[in-house]
Design a protein. Structure first.
Length: 265
């Protein structure tokens, strides 16, 4: 599983020619998305809207990562690209004996971009619930696995509780708190003036920051969500969504924007 974003060939055209697209995350993931957008003719505007902050229990996280490096776990579950940022910031080591489960394509792509790997990714529903549903098949029904489940402070413990219920030894550790990042005033002005053609929304936290910092979003700007859950979260904070990616991946999200562009051409 590479999680790579595939760039179109030079003969595939530039369906997003002239489109300025706001990319809400930086780092390797944001760079990869920006490259894929450029290959389609767009001008990406990388404007990180969220970041992670230390948890209230740093010693617990540091101890868990130390045990991870020592091979104390059979599996590591990673439920967001931000968790990957935390792993990278700590220089976390994942030994070959520990397999990695990514909640979806976006998280898998972030893992690979950071130099890690993703051994399993849900084939149907890219979510914690989807990963749980496919867990037994992916692990061939093995019981009593030692699992390190890293999560955000606000995330529901669907995966860790579910894995414990089916007989695994789960250590659930809060890896980070999500905080908003103020964007440059020029980005705010460009959005409000309609000088951006599309905004990518990759999580409920991003949706909240888009609405809070940039809203109300002009009708001329296409708002693209990475999945139904993100659309639901966006609705809760008053952010409209125009298109939804067919799959929870960066590539599918870009494809949704391309489809909308072609339909409006």
């Amino acid at each position: 599983m590479t999680g790579a974003i595939h760039l179109p060939s030079s003969g595939a055209g530039k369906p997003l020619q002239g489109w300025r697209v706001l990319v809400p995350r930086g780092g390797p993931w944001g760079d990869g998305v920006a490259a894929a957008l450029r290959a389609r003719g767009a001008k990406p505007v990388i404007a990180p809207l969220i970041d992670f902050a230390p948890t209230d229990d740093q010693p617990a996280l540091e101890a868990a990562l130390k045990r991870l490096a020592e091979g104390a776990f059979d599996w590591l579950t990673v439920t967001s690209a931000t968790t990957v940022d935390v792993l990278a910031s700590y220089g976390a080591e994942i030994p070959a004996s520990t397999k990695v489960a990514a909640v979806g394509e976006t998280t898998a792509a972030a893992l690979v971009a950071a130099g890690y790997r993703a051994d399993i990714v849900p084939s149907e529903e890219n979510s914690a619930r989807g990963l749980l549903e496919e867990w037994e098949a992916a692990t061939e029904g093995e019981k009593g696995l030692r699992v390190l489940a890293l999560r955000s402070a606000i995330a529901k413990q669907i995966l860790s509780v579910g894995l414990a219920r089916i007989g695994h030894h789960v250590e659930a550790v809060v890896a980070y708190r999500t905080v908003g990042v103020p964007v440059a005033q020029k980005v705010v002005d460009d959005v409000r003036a309609g000088n951006v053609r599309a905004i990518l929304v990759t999580s409920g936290s991003v949706a909240e920051q888009v609405q809070e910092q940039l809203g109300p979003i002009p009708e001329s700007i296409l708002v693209a969500a990475i999945g139904p859950q993100t659309q639901t979260d966006a609705a809760k904070v008053g952010l409209r969504v125009d298109v939804i990616a067919e799959e929870r991946s960066a590539e599918s999200l870009i494809d949704a924007v391309v489809s909308a562009a072609l339909a409006s051409a």
